[in-house]
Design a protein around this ligand. Sequence first.
Ligand code: C5P
Length: 239
Amino acid sequence: MNKPEVIVALDVPNAEAVPPLLRQLPPEIRWVKVGLELYTIAGPAIVRTLTASGRQVFLDLKFHDIPRTVANAIAAAGGLGAALMTVHATGGRAMLKAAAEAAAAFGERRPKLVAVTTLTSLNADDFKDLGLARSVADQALALTDLALASGIDGVVTSVHEATALRARFGAGPLLVTPGIRPTGADVGDQKRVATPAVAVRAGASYLVVGRPIVEAPDPARAARAILAEIDAAWAVLKP
Ligand code: C5P
């Protein structure tokens, strides 16, 4: 396994807010995440701009549609230069396979795909509303199994499930973990949080960090502190 990397979530209201933020990020941070908010207002141009400036883009649009539509969306996003993207595992086996095939068509420049198994905002009552009989934890495991068997590279998961996923699925899958909060930081609306060091020890591949960097009084300093915490945890673990 490689040293886990930080992905900074560009959760900002418009494209104009992006460059001032990027200027403050240390050069070791290669990855940024474009999610629904920024993509909806700034469109494909923001992805092209970021990739052209040498950033690795995680395009987090959580594709969920019929297989052909998702495959075409992945082809389009790969064409923009996105290197990592999300699909909903509940799109089913045919959709997941079509997504994996669309990514594979890029050959060496193949974007990686990670599946969203269960939105962390859902609880047991929501599962009842949705007619889902499995527990939230069992559903996440079953959908991870389905996604990996369908050729998807990994999953988005809370740090708290990452250890169990590594134990069950080994070192191969990418584990992308949001909900990262440096010690002492404001938790915000995230319920299942963990420090960068805990995420590293749990086997995360990428740590998605938004507000602790984006809303910090000094984003550069906040980012450097997170990188230092990752380095220290990794130094103890590295193979
Ligand atoms: O600001 P914060 O660090 O909480 O940002 C986390 C990012 O990860 C947000 O962009 C959010 O959309 C995303 N995310 C999450 N929880 C999930 C999946 C994605 O917080 N379960």
